[in-house]
Design a protein around this ligand. Structure first.
Ligand SMILES: Cc1cc2nc3c(=O)[nH]c(=O)nc-3n(C[C@H](O)[C@H](O)[C@H](O)COP(=O)(O)OP(=O)(O)OC[C@H]3O[C@@H](n4cnc5c(N)ncnc54)[C@H](O)[C@@H]3O)c2cc1C
Length: 182
């Protein structure tokens, strides 16, 4: 649908939240209680929601990923609308975005709460190679523990691990340090 059609046929929300993780759901839950029913939309493609703080234990081999999984449908705030799709294009000058499949949504206010590995050049390809993993992705966190075991097995010398904390802004920089202590 083009922009000419947007005003008459797109779905409009007072608040549109992109990403139904802990951050997006928290914002949606708080504001859905204050706004009229149907004012808040949450765009989230996945049926499963993951509790990321538990990933420290998954990557450290003390908990399985399944234990951190919940059905997204059960977590959507009562008065909010779940749009099970992903955003492929943001057009902030029009207060609008486009979903996979071409549908447009418009909003008065938007909260973006999602991490995009595909926006980091080469990240997705690297994550599929040996020796590279991330505790921030449910699709790669289990690989972390496998890599630790492989590294230990292949180490001739006594095993030791070093952790660094990035100087750039980061979500929970301390989680890498926790991991080292496990
Ligand atoms: C190992 C680890 C340990 C942590 N420990 C703690 C802790 O002890 N205490 C604490 O407070 N915090 C902790 N955190 C941080 C906290 O878990 C995160 O900050 C929080 O979960 C992030 O929530 P989010 O909603 O921003 O992102 P996410 O939970 O990553 O959710 C993003 C959502 O966006 C969706 N999405 C992706 N692409 C699109 C798209 N194109 N369109 C629509 N949706 C999309 C995804 O499917 C996903 O559901 C930890 C994080 C990690 C990784």
């Amino acid at each position: 649908m083009g922009w000419l059609g947007l005003a008459i046929s797109s779905k409009h929300f007072k608040l549109l939240v992109v990403g139904g993780g802990a951050g997006g759901l928290g914002a949606a839950s708080k504001l859905a209680r204050k706004l009229p029913k149907g004012s808040v939309g949450i765009v989230e493609p996945h049926e499963d929601h993951y509790y990321q703080p538990g990933f420290t234990l998954v990557g450290g081999g003390l908990m399985n990923l399944e234990a951190n999984k919940r059905k997204e449908a059960k977590l959507i705030p009562r008065d909010a609308t779940w749009i099970q799709n992903e955003v492929v294009l943001f057009t902030p000058t029009q207060n609008a975005l486009t979903l996979k499949g071409g549908e447009d949504l418009s909003y008065d206010y938007m909260v973006i709460a999602h991490l995009r590995f595909d926006k980091i050049k080469g990240a997705l390809e690297l994550l599929e190679t040996a020796g590279v993993c991330s505790n921030y992705s449910p699709f790669h966190v289990e690989k972390h523990f496998q890599e630790v075991l492989t590294f230990k097995l292949n180490s001739d010398e006594e095993y030791s691990e070093r952790t660094t904390t990035p100087s750039t802004p980061s979500i929970t920089p301390s989680s890498k340090v926790f991991m080292n202590n496990l």
